[in-house]
Design a protein around this ligand. Structure first.
Ligand code: COA
Length: 172
């Protein structure tokens, strides 16, 4: 099983939207409104090449044996402060099969290789899957962000997790 991150293409739009609109994703992630056209535009506006340091949002599709299984983003990228937020979703039918963690790991490899030094994750306090995923990669819980973000109309508490470049490279 080999996972690779590829640049999103128009053929990924419907799948990506399906993954993001499933009930568990909606429980834990802000869902932008709009039909397929808006989602296509959103997918097209993100960059994928981190050598291009003019962007704030980078996105990839994860493929396993050529099949799309999830999507990964580095967002709110600040190239001066060299930090960003990581976001991720796995196709509902592909969850709990060990794809999420290697997908995020591949994103950390890319992000830290590109010059970023701190990568954060904001996770709803009841999102057990996401907490386990990042803790297994060495992210540290740095705090509780009370009523941090609005999801499905409700302000939700989030944990702030982060991993530093030196921690990732040393496997600490
Ligand atoms: C979070 C998510 C990406 C995890 O993807 P995944 O492919 O299932 O993750 P993995 O199979 O690599 O599992 C990672 C760890 O989480 C655990 N896990 C997965 N789903 C779980 C669940 N529903 N409850 C508790 N633990 C869970 C796995 O057992 C594994 O733990 P371990 O290896 O330390 O024992 C996936 O559940 C998802 O897309 N959720 C909806 C979107 C979302 O919440 N995104 C994150 C927003 S912060």
């Amino acid at each position: 099983m080999s996972l690779r991150l590829v640049k999103p293409e128009p053929r990924h739009v419907a799948e990506w939207r399906r993954w993001r609109t499933d009930p568990d994703s909606r429980r834990f992630m802000y869902l932008p409104a709009g039909g397929l056209d808006e989602w296509a535009a959103k997918l097209a506006e993100a960059k994928s090449d981190l050598a291009d340091k003019t962007g704030e949002l980078y996105r990839w599709i994860a493929e396993v044996d050529g099949q799309p299984v999830g999507s990964l983003s580095l967002s709110y990228v600040d190239w001066i402060q060299r930090f960003c937020e990581v976001g991720y979703v796995i196709a509902p039918e592909m969850r709990r099969k060990g794809h999420g963690r290697p997908m995020v790991a591949a994103g950390l490899d890319l992000g830290f290789a590109s010059g970023l030094e701190r990568i954060m994750a904001f996770i709803c306090t009841d999102n057990d899957a996401s907490v386990r995923l990042v803790e297994g990669l060495g992210f540290r819980r740095e705090g509780l962000l009370r009523r941090h973000a609005i999801i499905e109309g409700e302000r939700r508490d989030h944990y702030l997790y982060a991993i530093l470049k030196e921690e990732w490279l040393s496997g600490a």
